[in-house]
Design a binder for this molecule. Structure first.
Ligand SMILES: [Fe+2]
Ligand SMILES: [Fe+2]
Length: 141
């Protein structure tokens, strides 16, 4: 699995967790969502994003700002009441923020990255993504 396949697999997993949370709060799913997103965003920020930064600075900056917005929203949801409608509404807001970000990555960033990098560079970035993603996920479990 290369970095693009791995990122897309995690996007689909995040979408499935958000779908479950849109039915109501579940502690285990919510904690797993927070951890998965933290590891995913950090791994992107230590592999693909810096590799693209020189040539696509604006794209990378915009994506990084969206990550911070997602972090912030997760923290706020974590601190707020998990009862009833307000939790579900917050999950809906988070879902639309994440969906926009995922579309940017998959439809703009990936095609651009595939133009920029050769196979060996992609392999290198894939290894870096995996390493960061696993390190953060394991530290927390
Ligand atoms: Fe991202
Ligand atoms: Fe992503």
């Amino acid at each position: 699995m290369d970095i693009f396949e791995h990122i897309m697999k995690e996007h689909r997993e995040v979408e499935a967790m958000l779908e479950r949370l849109s039915q109501g709060y579940d502690e285990e799913v919510f904690n797993k969502l927070r951890l998965s997103l933290a590891a995913h965003m950090k791994a992107e920020e230590e592999s693909l994003y810096p590799a693209m930064n020189d040539q696509e600075r604006e794209m990378v900056q915009h994506a990084t700002e969206e990550h911070r917005g997602i972090d912030k929203m997760l923290m706020e949801i974590g601190r707020s009441s998990k009862e009833g409608d307000s939790f579900i509404e917050s999950i809906e807001d988070l879902t639309s923020l994440i969906n926009d970000h995922v579309i940017d990555e998959e439809e703009q960033m990936f095609p651009r990255a595939k133009q920029m990098f050769d196979r060996s560079r992609i392999d290198q970035l894939s290894a870096k993504f995996d390493e960061v993603d696993e390190r953060i996920t394991q530290k927390a479990t």
